[in-house]
Design a protein around this ligand. Structure first.
Ligand SMILES: [Zn+2]
Length: 341
């Protein structure tokens, strides 16, 4: 594990730039093999269809081995032991995933809850960035969760969300949002067309990002844009941390680079117009917790002193370099048709 950090005081606010590249060493638990999931060989590449990828590494945090396509270089989980992919709402799957995340000690609910004000700021920045490409109209937020971004977007767009979890989507509706309980597939064949589709930390969870983006292309009007936020594996953090990289978690199945994601978008007739790594403002409480999760020595004991010194709610700006935002536009004019793999 390696952590590089620097601080810059800026107008009463601490700007901390941190690159966390490690994680704790974890034993490999004995995981059950789900009947029907291939145990010999690997799944074919979702981007180009090639079979016989090469094994990159095994990590106890993943649901299967990380492999790389020999043809297009997409990195993905080559088999699924438990299959936590977001195909549909499944209470048993959600419960199994929650158990797995708890076992790996990935999340502390009190830290996540306290981070809401800063997540809201991140959502405001996302919306401002999106509006640089599309001024208004109809918006669909895929995987809208409790509808925080959706509510913000509702001030600028005619906004609608889709969320597979029944309880979560009901929570979003209770806050006044228009939300469909389901997945992108639920919307297939509908006549509505959107000016913008947003997918924040969704693509890496799906069974087939290619199928999803083909549906997104169908749901966008010509000239409409899709905004995607997803981890990027083309970063210093993965090169150094490898099997202990923080983005290797049980329900992540696809790890794009800018190149592989842009290739996938083009093949779905969506032309990339912007790509950048994400900068975030976080509390020092949250930063300390993420350092704990990455295995930084003593980081797990920082919460009490941060509270005692009144520093827990101070903010820091971080650019870990392993999350990217890509915006792509559906071509104007007559549909060109989906390209073959
Ligand atoms: Zn491939």
């Amino acid at each position: 594990m390696v952590a590089l950090a620097g601080t810059t005081p800026t107008a009463g606010r601490t700007r901390v730039h941190v690159f966390v590249v490690g994680g704790p060493r974890l034993r490999h638990p004995a995981l059950p093999i789900v009947p029907g999931v291939r145990t010999g060989g690997y799944l074919p590449c979702d981007l180009c269809g090639a079979s016989d990828p090469v094994l990159v590494l095994e990590s106890p945090r993943l649901d299967g081995p990380l492999v790389r396509c020999r043809n297009c270089r997409l990195l993905y989980v080559g088999s699924r032991r438990q299959d936590f992919s977001f195909a549909s709402a499944d209470a048993e799957r959600s419960s199994a995933l929650a158990d797995r995340v708890a076992e790996l000690e990935l999340v502390r609910p009190e830290v996540e809850d306290a981070e809401r004000p800063w997540r809201l700021r991140a959502d405001r920045r996302r919306l401002a960035r999106l509006r640089g490409h599309v001024p208004g109209g109809r918006l669909l937020d895929v995987g809208c969760a409790t509808g925080v971004f959706l509510a913000l977007a509702g001030a600028e767009f005619e906004a609608e969300g889709v969320e597979p979890d029944p309880g979560t989507s009901e929570q979003a509706r209770a806050s006044g949002n228009r939300v469909i309980t389901g997945t992108l597939e639920t919307l297939a064949g509908r006549s509505e067309r959107y000016d913008a589709v947003t997918m924040f930390h969704v693509l890496e969870h799906l069974r087939s990002p290619r199928d999803a983006l083909q549906l997104v292309r169908e749901l966008l009007r010509p000239g409409g844009v899709v905004m995607i936020e997803t981890p990027t594996i083309d970063c210093a953090a993965f090169k150094l941390a490898r099997s202990r990289w923080r983005q290797l978690i049980p329900d992540h199945y696809y790890f794009f680079s800018r190149a592989t994601l842009e290739t996938l978008l083009r093949r779905c007739d969506l032309m990339p117009v912007e790509c950048a790594t994400v900068r975030r403002e976080v509390s020092l409480r949250f930063l300390a917790d993420r350092l704990r999760r990455a295995g930084v020595p003593l980081a797990g004991q920082l919460q009490r002193p941060l509270r005692a010194l009144g520093l827990a709610d101070r903010t820091a700006t971080v650019r870990p370099g392993d999350v990217m935002t890509v915006i792509a536009r559906r071509a104007e004019g007559a549909p060109a048709g989906l390209r073959d793999r």
